[in-house]
Design a protein around this ligand. Structure first.
Ligand SMILES: [Zn+2]
Length: 261
């Protein structure tokens, strides 16, 4: 009987959390992340999302991408490898373009690198100087004013994700790049990572307790779009990733924290 009560309670909380997300569109217009106004019009940013592998954008960052696109920001994507750990790099590269179409990121604003020193794989260290130089080129080409990437744990702990974070940090050490506003996706512990939409309550609470302007909680107003984007990665869309995307809190909410203040 107690087990039944727990299961029913979990289902109720899950549904209530989903309802909160799906009906958050109007209330989240109050979210002030990158929403400053200049001259009476919203200030549109040139935002560069820096990831390590094709599918990072759909699996981890889709709440952020949906938020930025829906508010008219100009989103660029830099993927630092083609994800060739299993020899499927060219397929995965094409899949990333398909996923970006779903997420409404323009194909001409997507850059996917296949550099010999930046190959997908555990135990392969990516040079921070090379990362910084590569990201800097993209920043100057597109007049980027905002960079978003992984934090120093990289959500899954993958070494390539972590290296990307330190590459961005290295870029920010460059005096000429201090004008850039940089944000990191906060990694959750194992429990919070797999409680799906239920995590929104904790994410909202923690973001509200942070100092003003340092952390923002972005609810995914279109979680189904995230599923469609991930499904565009056909070679990766196997049963355990379908489960991951369903139960992962990153499908429903992103907490972004300022790297440089
Ligand atoms: Zn990855």
């Amino acid at each position: 009987m107690a087990f039944l009560v727990i299961v029913v309670s979990l289902i109720v909380v899950w549904i209530a959390s989903l309802c909160k997300i799906l009906h958050s569109g109007s209330s989240y217009s109050k979210n002030t992340f990158l929403s400053e106004v200049s001259g009476g019009a919203p200030n549109r940013r040139n935002v560069l999302l820096v990831i390590a592998h094709p599918d990072d954008e759909s699996m981890f960052f889709s709440p952020t991408i949906n938020y930025l696109i829906s508010r008219g920001h100009n989103v660029y994507l830099l993927c630092l490898s083609i994800g060739n750990a299993d020899g499927m790099g060219n397929t995965r590269k094409d899949e990333l373009y398909q996923a970006c179409l779903v997420l409404k990121v323009q194909p001409q604003q997507v850059k996917i690198l296949d550099h010999p020193d930046l190959q997908d794989g555990f135990g392969l260290v990516w040079d921070r100087g090379l990362l910084s130089k590569t990201i800097k080129e993209e920043v100057s080409t597109h007049h980027i004013d905002t960079v978003i990437t992984f934090d120093n744990y990289g959500v899954s702990g993958h070494c390539n994700h972590r290296d990307v974070h330190y590459g961005v940090r290295k870029l920010l050490e460059d005096a000429s790049e201090r004008r850039i506003e940089a944000w990191e996706l906060v990694s959750n512990n194992m429990l919070r990572k797999y409680i799906g939409p239920v995590d929104i309550w904790l994410s909202m609470l923690l973001a509200s307790k942070a100092s003003s302007g340092v952390a923002y909680c972005l609810l995914n107003e279109q979680p189904l779009k995230s599923f469609s984007a991930m499904a565009a990665h056909s070679s990766q869309w196997v049963w355990f990733r379908k489960l991951f995307v369903s139960f992962s809190s990153y499908t429903y909410v992103n907490t972004l924290r300022r790297i440089n203040c």
